[in-house]
Design a protein around this ligand. Structure first.
Ligand code: SF4
Ligand code: SF4
Length: 375
């Protein structure tokens, strides 16, 4: 059976609020039967990525506020949430500076795995991860709305709904465990630490500067990692301009691990209780956890809504397939390969792999039909 994906087009063809993307989104939400997913009086997580200082291309607070408003009309009780990616207290400060706070959104902003990042519940995952720690504010929820800023990602190639629930729903450091039960296991399945190539290293120290655990040191210009403090986020390897840091995992295994993480998060909900909203706006080449916002690689494609995470991510990738890269962006001048999405071309790996794995695990369907909303 085909899953339905609603598509709100990005253009504003008239100078009227109702013609703009925010107005069309508000109108869609008012008509959409959200009470099929969210029950009255329920406390509902709105799962987003809260960004980073410098990463200003996250979902604009105005769109999140419209979802808050609609959930309150049910009436239910929304809160905006993500799990710890940098220290929890600092992450809330980042969120506030990015415009995500109770005043702007009309709902509390809460760290899903607590201010220390260790409030989580162990859940069975799959053959690769075995068990993972689900952030408790997500684990305890009966329904959820997943708001995802679509973008590229050096390791997972593409960041969509599946990556959002997987990486963002699983804690980094569970209270009675380690990165081995957290999202670090997706990045570093077998537990080896990164390999440093001295010959390639130009001693720029970008890896040490980005490390959220402050566990990379260079004594006498020799790289060293505190194995106990490192929670295996992989960011040091992603920022290294010389490819001098190697993460011991293949792309295939990583993609499957991400799908397994998503499956573990979804296992804590009854079927049909999650709605996904992908924002195909300002799609930059890398994740919102980086301390920068690069220029978008393709033109805005609007907003997608579905209750199938595989279908919505497949539709997202299809909308950035066979499109022209934006001049002045990282994608400028790349050779467009027929039927390949821009993120796969840019990062030299197949973005659809995580969706294929997710479909095999029963998370949803790659077979979808688009229902276009408005003009
Ligand atoms: S980011 Fe790469 S090149 Fe720069 S210091 Fe670290 S390992 Fe060396
Ligand atoms: S993987 Fe790299 S950036 Fe992440 S915590 Fe470990 S050393 Fe730091």
């Amino acid at each position: 059976m085909q899953s339905k994906v609603y598509h709100i087009l990005p253009r504003a063809k008239r100078y009227k609020y109702e013609s703009g993307l925010l107005g069309k989104f508000e109108h869609f939400l008012k008509k959409f039967p959200l009470d099929n997913y969210v029950s009255k009086k329920e406390v509902v997580p709105l799962k987003i990525h809260l960004g980073n200082d410098g990463a200003f291309r996250t979902i604009r607070p105005q769109f999140v506020q419209k979802v808050v408003e609609r959930v309150k009309n049910i009436p239910a009780k929304p809160f905006v949430t993500d799990s710890v990616r940098i220290a929890g207290y600092d992450y809330l400060e980042v969120a506030n500076r990015g415009g995500y706070n109770h005043l702007t959104l009309g709902a509390p902003v809460v760290i899903a795995d607590g201010i220390y990042g260790n409030d989580s519940i162990m859940v069975e995952a799959g053959e690769l991860l075995s068990k993972v720690a689900i952030a408790s504010a997500i684990y305890d929820a009966k329904s959820m709305i997943v708001l995802t800023h679509a973008k590229g990602h050096i390791q997972s190639v593409f960041g969509g709904a599946i990556k959002n629930i997987s990486m963002g729903g699983v804690s980094a450091q569970p209270r009675n465990g380690s990165w081995k039960e957290g999202r670090g296991k997706m990045h570093f399945l077998h537990g080896d630490i990164m390999k440093w190539n001295k010959e390639k290293c130009i001693l720029c120290f970008d890896c040490a500067k980005i490390c959220p655990a402050e566990c990379i040191t260079f004594i006498d210009n020799i790289y060293s990692v505190d194995d106990k403090k490192c929670f295996r986020c992989g960011r040091c390897a992603r920022v290294c301009p010389e490819g001098a840091i190697e993460v011991p995992i293949t792309n295939e295994v990583f993609m499957k691990a991400v799908a397994e993480g998503a499956k573990a998060v979804l296992s804590t909900f009854e079927k049909g209780k999650i709605l996904y909203i992908n924002f195909l706006i300002e799609m930059q080449p890398e994740c919102d956890c980086m301390p920068i916002a690069d220029t978008p690689v393709v033109q805005d494609q609007g907003i997608l809504i579905s209750d199938d995470p595989v279908a919505i991510d497949a539709a997202t990738l299809d909308l950035v397939t066979n499109v022209m890269p934006l001049p002045g962006s990282l994608a400028e001048g790349i050779t467009i390969e027929k039927d390949k999405d821009i993120f796969s071309i840019l990062h030299g790996k197949n973005a659809k792999k995580q969706l294929i794995e997710a479909e095999k695990m029963g998370l949803g369907s790659l077979n979808y039909v688009i229902d276009q909303v408005g003009d």
